[in-house]
Structures are given as C-alpha cells and as structure tokens.
Design a protein around this ligand. Structure first.
Ligand code: ADP
Ligand code: MG
Length: 798
C-alpha cells in the first residue's frame, strides 16, 4: 500500500563497516581489558589513571595508553554514572581521538562517547574544550560527565553566557571545559583587547571537540563573532529613509527579486528618491553612503518580514535564526540593515558601537591545533568538512539497528490544503494516543498550527524559542502517551526523547502504538536539518516513523521556482487531496539538492572573503600578542621620538616608560584595527552598488582591502607618535584616563546575521555582471567606489 523508504541504511552501514575495521583491533584490546578492570578496586583504577597521566604528559600517547584509557573510562563510567559505553561508543571515541568527525544517530549517546578521547587528551594538561550546541547543554554535559573526569583526577568546568571573567578563567583553566563555540569565541575576542597579560581568560588553545558539528562547522561557520565598544551614532537618517521608502510605489519605483533576495530602484524610483531627498544625483561619490543606507531601508521594507525574519520584543528587533527558527538574542544584522529595520518598526536605534574585533566561527575554530567533532547528520556535508577543515567523516553504526520508517512526502498543491491535511492527520493519530512531534520552520508557523489544533480542541505544547532549559524540559516529554509537541526544527536539539516520557513509565504502550511519529510541516533548505528532525524518532532501536507534508506554495519551493521545474504535463491543478506523483517528489528532492549546492557555493565565496581579513587579523594579532606577553618591546617611540622618550624616562623612570609605551602601542593598534575593519565593512557594503565594467568585483575588493592594510602600520606609527607627544607626563606618572589608555569604557559582543542570499558580496561575486541598483552607475562604478573608499579611509585617519 505505502511504498516505504528505508533510507539507504544498508548501503550506509556497509561503507561504515569497511572503514571501521581500522578501529576494530583496538576495540578488541579494550574489550579484553574489561574483566580485569571490572575486578579492580576504585583505588587501583585511580592509580592507573595517574600512571597513564604521567605517561601522557611525558610525550605522545602510544597505542597501549589509548587502549587502557578507553577501558578505564568505560569501567569508571559504569561505576560513577551507571552507563557502560557500548562497543560502538568505543569505536566512535577512537575515531574522535584520531581527529575525525563522527556521525552517530541521535540518542546513541554521543555525550558519553566523547569522554574517553577528551580525557585522554586532557591528561596532557593543556586543556580540552568540548564545544556544545547551547549553554544549557554545556552545563548539563559538564555536570553529567563530571564524575567520570573527577574520578580520573581531571578538573571539569563549564561556561555560561554572562558569567564574570574570574569564573570564565577558572573554567578555562580546568582540564576539560564545556562551553559553546560562541562563548569561547567571544572570550577570545575580549582577550584580544586585553592590556595586561593577567586580564586574559583563555589558555593557549589545544584541542576542541565540537558537538553537533555540522551545525557549528557548516551552518554557522561563516557567522562573524563581533566585539564592539561604545561610541555615539548619528541618529535620524535611518528614520528619514524608512519614511521615504514608504512613499515609494512598489509597482513603479522598485523591483523585488525574491529568488535572489534582492531589490533595486527603477529609474523612476531613483528620480523620485532624488527628488524626495533633495540630494542631487544619488550616484555620485558624496552620495554613496546615502545610497547605501537607502538601499538598506529598501531592503528592510521589501524583503525583511516581521515574525519570520525577526520579531519585535521589548522595543527591540530580535533576529530569528534561519536554521533553528529561534530568536537569537545577541545577534545583529550588519549595522546599516539593523538600523533600517529598527527605523521601519519605529524603534529608536540602539546605541551604535564601533566594531573592535571580529572573527568568523570557522576561523576561530581553526585556532585549535586539534579539532574533532560529532553529529547525527554530516554525510551530506562530508566534502565541505574535508575541504574547509581537512576533517574526515567516520560513520558509526548504531548500537541497535534503526527501524524507523521514513514515509514518502505528502505533497499538496496549495498551503491551505496542506494545513487542513496536517490538522486531520494529527487528530487521527492523536486519537490513538501515539505521541506526535511536528517540526516547523518558523515560530509563526508553529503558532498557526497550534491555533488550528486548539480550534479543533486539541491541546498541544509549542516550543517557541524562549529558553533552552525550558525547551529541553518540554521536548524531553514529547514521547509521552498522547503528547502533541510543535517545535521549530532544531529547538531542543541535544535533548533525548524517551518513549513513554522522561521516566519511561508508558514505554510499552507507546511502543505498541508505533513509537514517536515525527511530522515535518515544511522542507528545510538543508537535508541535514530535515534529517535531524526525522532522527527524533527511532532512537536506540525504538520504533518510530516520519513523514513530511509539503505544498507547492511553500516559501522554499516558491523562492526557487521549484514548481516551474516540474514538467508542465505533471503540474497538477489546484486540488484539495494530496498529489500522488513520484515525479513531483523527485523534483522537490532534486531542487533541495540544488539549493544545498548553491548555499555551499555561497559559503565558499564568503569564506574566501573572510580569509583575506583573517590573514590580516592574524598578522596584527600575533604582533599584538607578542607585545602583550612581553615577548617583544615596541620601539617606535624610542626610534622616532628619542628625545621625548628620554625626557619621559627621566620623569617617570625607565620601567614605567617602557610600560607606558607598551600600553599605548596596544591601544593604538586596537584603534587602527577597528578603523580598518570599518573601512573593510564599507567596501563590502558598497561593492554591489556599482557595476564593474567587466572587471572582477572580487579582485577590486581584494585590492582595496590589501591597500588599506598596507597603510595600517604607517597609521599606527603616526598616531602613536602624535598621541605620545601630546601626553601630559609629570613625575607622578601619566593620567591614564586623560591619555585614553584605559581601553573602551564598555564592550559588548554579538553575532552578525548574514543572509547569504542577500549578502552584497555573495551577489557581487556570484554574478560579475549583476547590477545591484540602477544601470546609471555602470561605467564609472569601480572608480567611484575606490575613490569613495580612499576618501573615507582618509577621513577616518584624521
Ligand atoms: P546523543 O547526543 O547521541 O543524541 P545522548 O548523549 O544525549 O545522545 O544520550 C542519549 C541517551 O542515551 C541518554 O539518555 C543516555 O543516558 C543514554 N545512553 C548513552 N550511553 C549509554 C550506554 N552506554 N548505556 C545506556 N544508556 C546510554
Ligand atoms: Mg547530543
């Protein structure tokens, strides 16, 4: 009756089996030690841990140390937390130890799998970070696995958002630190502004094990972590432009291209805007910044949707994450767009800061000399992981075979038909008592579905991105008899769903009903995210099933014109019932792969952009680090202002003068770097406003950024000399505040939301001939841009 897809499990395991054989010998050796370790006393085991520790510290970890350690952790885990790692968990751990990304299904016990390789590396005393998906999991996993590490004599710490710096430093000085990549990265950025060595919280990086690795290494990799400091912005402009855009006629003045996620003014629109702004020609050098802001206002009005892309809460615009559908508190769009959206919603612009430092998550993770990771879904990203990080994938088979049934998609011609079928299906299955988990793309969609269900008098739980711990609590109960849970597709990731609820009391009844039923209310752009959702059912050999409901009107299908990909003779007429046609299902699956490919390409392009800045950052950072740690004494002042320097020494002493010089140099490096970043950001924003007369925008971009960087060390010297000579030095020393040597009065950190499709750079790089705004600028574009940049950079230097 139904054709059942078994998801290619067999093929998967055949492949896994062959590459796993490399670890089987060591697994056998670990197993062989089992009886002996089981018989040993706690004290014996502790002693062995110490011995292994001193051997590990003495040098490499030879095979026998590895084997003993894995066997030891297995025994200790079963004594302390009552879980004895299965063979597959040992295999997974061995692969992690070799620096692989392992794929293990949801619920297979990855948290425990990580402990042996982490402990083994932590024994060397250089610290290991386990990078978790969120703060809640950092705490949970550190507490859950803590007893094993402590038994081994290792210290464990965890970091949470908002923790004071002493506690963070303590957590990072532990042998094993559980922390989100984001928090670890923010600390790295803060450390990069330290003016004294003891203000730093991190130790030199040694090894990181990344949980939910595909999310962090692939989906989030390009997101820049940013640290900013307080300066005043210039208010007024975004509001004015937002008002102007309201006066434009969408039919006449601008054109929206939903597929490219871009919008541009028509010639009429340009005339109208110029008239309303009384600005003269907008495509002139002086007006380039204005044009950039106008474009942001237009983009905010035409393409950013409230409650889909962002929500407004407590008078603030909060970004909704495209992957999780969750609101992310400390995430911003690039400044211009953020301001434009705030203006659109009539909110006052948040205090604008100057960006003091930034790094993408990818580049942050590459700071770790050793990197490995684990996830349930990495196969479709395997080549990207290899290409970008040099990380190989190892698929680990489940402890008990997965018997989940993945049904083919149910496809409808329009949204309303899908929605009513969803409600009917949920009602039908719910009547049997079988638990149901529905995954949606957005909070809005979750709410809509919940409303429809409540109207049909069905009670359901809705997860909507409030707090990780609350979500974990709710989702942990999604396997209870009669539960209906609606959640955006990755909310509660990392939390185990036991059949029959948290205590498993109704397990047998739920098993008899077929286990958890997962319904996808939408296809995601990435198969991995869909697979995450499916993987919620069928954990540890449980029964379960999954099914996706799709309509040809869904945003994803519309945006990429998938309905047009369907050959006309197969394109169905609008109908209430599902369309039962394998050709259509195949086209949808194909389109999803195409989109994945496009997104992968866009990521690659963005990476090449950020590589350039990252190389520059590293150069500056290394220099700064040597000065901070006293490995290098800056000499600019001594060399170029010897007389003044000697006077200073006479007044405050040699040591204090050297100290002063060091501090000033650090501050000036930071200031000049911040200005460099601002210049780069401007180039980036403006790059799509001009057409480049046949030249490659990427090359122009590189050239101008490289040129700006070449001027950087000159600017640093120049400013240092000016500031030094302006110092008021008395025998009592220097007033640090007056000399601006204290660093920024406050800093804050956030993530920059980049919509790849709308990213000007991606657009520019993807289609060299693409004219982002209006044809008028074509001929002189590149020159205009470079000139504007040069001017702007000059302006900043002054
Ligand atoms: P994953 O991260 O792979 O989704 P978790 O680490 O959250 O899985 O573990 C899922 C569940 O499996 C937990 O309830 C955990 O207690 C259980 N578990 C893990 N390892 C074992 C084991 N060796 N024996 C029994 N239960 C285990
Ligand atoms: Mg997990």
């Amino acid at each position: 009756m139904v054709d059942v897809l078994r998801h290619g499990w067999k093929k998967l395991f055949d492949r896994a089996a062959s590459s796993l054989s490399a670890y089987r010998d060591r697994l056998a050796a670990v197993n062989a030690l089992g009886p002996e370790f089981r018989a040993a006393s706690d004290d014996d085991l502790r002693q062995l841990a110490q011995q292994l520790g001193s051997r590990a510290r003495a040098g490499a970890s030879p095979n026998d140390v590895t084997v003993q350690m894995f066997a030891l952790v297995r025994e200790i885990a079963s004594r302390t937390i009552g879980l004895r790692p299965f063979d597959v968990q040992i295999l997974g751990g061995l692969a992690l130890h070799e620096g692989k990304i392992i794929q293990m299904q949801t619920g297979e016990g990855k948290t425990l799998t990580a402990v042996a390789p982490v402990a083994l590396n932590a024994l060397q005393g250089k610290g290991v970070h386990v990078l978790t998906f969120n703060d809640y999991l950092a705490r949970r996993d550190a507490e859950w696995m803590g007893p094993i590490y402590r038994f081994l004599g290792l210290r464990v710490g965890f970091v949470q958002e908002g923790m004071p710096s002493q506690e963070r430093r303590a957590a990072f000085s532990a042998d094993v630190s559980y922390v989100t990549a984001k928090e670890a990265g923010f600390d790295y950025l803060r450390d990069g502004l330290a003016l004294e060595p003891d203000a730093v919280v991190h130790r030199p990086f040694n090894m990181a094990l990344v949980d939910e690795a595909d999310s962090i290494l692939v989906d989030e990799a390009r997101i820049p972590l940013v640290i900013a400091g307080n300066i005043q912005g210039q208010p007024g402009q975004p509001e004015r432009l937002s008002e102007l855009v309201r006066q434009l006629d969408p039919a006449r003045h601008y054109v929206i291209d939903r597929e490219r996620q871009s919008v541009h003014l028509t010639n009429d629109g340009l005339d109208r805007a110029e008239a309303l702004l009384d600005s003269g020609h907008l495509h002139t050098v002086e007006n380039l910044p204005l044009l950039t802001e106008l474009h942001a206002a237009l983009y905010a009005a035409a393409l950013m949707q409230r409650d889909v892309d962002y929500i407004v809460r407590h008078d603030r615009v909060e970004v909704v994450d495209e992957f999780t559908g969750r609101v992310v508190k400390d995430r911003h769009w690039p400044d211009g767009l953020q301001a434009a959206i705030e203006a659109k919603e009539g909110l006052s612009h948040s205090a604008e800061g100057q960006v003091l430092g930034q790094i993408t998550l990818q580049h942050f993770l590459q700071q770790y000399p050793r990197l490995c990771g684990m996830t349930a879904t990495a196969e479709t990203a395997a080549s990207e992981l290899l290409q970008v990080y040099g990380l190989q994938l190892q698929v680990i088979p489940p402890n008990r075979a997965c018997i989940r049934v993945d049904y083919p998609d149910v496809v409808f011609t329009h949204k309303a038909a899908k929605q009513s079928a969803l409600v009917k299906e949920i009602m039908r299955v719910h009547a049997t008592g079988r638990p149901i988990l529905v995954g949606t793309l957005t909070v809005e969609e979750s709410e809509q579905l919940a409303t429809s269900l409540r109207m049909a008098e069905l009670d359901c739980n809705v997860l909507n991105a409030k707090r990780d711990d609350e979500e974990a609590r709710i989702i942990a109960q999604a396997g209870k008899l009669g539960a209906v849970t609606i959640s955006t597709n990755m909310a509660g990731r990392g939390t185990d769903i036991r059949l029959g609820g948290l205590d498993g009391a109704q397990e047998q009844q739920v098993i008899a009903l077929g286990g958890l039923y997962v319904i996808g209310a939408n296809r995601h752009e990435s198969r991995r995210v869909d697979d995450q959702l499916r993987g919620r059912a069928g954990r540890q050999g449980d029964p379960g099933s999954s099914r996706f409901f799709i309509s040809l009107e869904d945003d994803l299908l519309q945006r990429y014109g998938i309905d047009e990909l369907i050959p006309p003779r197969y394109r169905p007429a609008r109908q209430q019932e599902a369309v039962d046609n394998p050709v259509i299902r195949r086209e949808i699956a194909r389109a999803q792969r195409i989109i994945e490919g496009q997104n992968g390409d866009a990521r690659q392009r963005l990476l090449s952009y950020s590589h350039l800045i990252e190389q520059q950052r590293r150069t500056v950072y290394q220099k700064r680090q040597r000065i901070l740690l006293r490995d290098e004494q800056p000499e600019i002042l001594r060399k170029q202002a010897l007389e003044f320097y000697e006077q200073t020494c006479g007044l405050i002493g040699r040591e204090a003068a050297a100290d002063l010089e060091r501090r000033m140099t650090l501050r000036v490096i930071d200031e000049c770097w911040a200005e460099h970043l601002a210049a780069v950001a401007d180039t980036r924003e403006e790059i799509h406003l001009v057409s480049l007369g046949g030249r490659s925008p990427w090359e122009e971009f590189q050239k101008s950024v490289a040129r700006a960087f070449m001027g950087l060390s000159g600017s640093i010297e120049e400013r240092l000399l000016i500031e030094f000579k302006a110092l008021q030095i008395t025998p009592d020393g220097v007033n640090l505040d007056a000399a601006g040597l204290r660093g920024p009065s406050s800093t804050w950190t956030y993530l920059v939301e980049q919509d790849m499709r709308s990213d000007p750079l991606v657009a520019a790089l993807a289609s060299p001939r693409h004219i982002g705004f209006a044809a008028g600028a074509a001929a002189t574009g590149a020159l205009l841009m470079l000139w504007a940049l040069a001017q702007r950079f000059q302006k900043r230097k002054r």
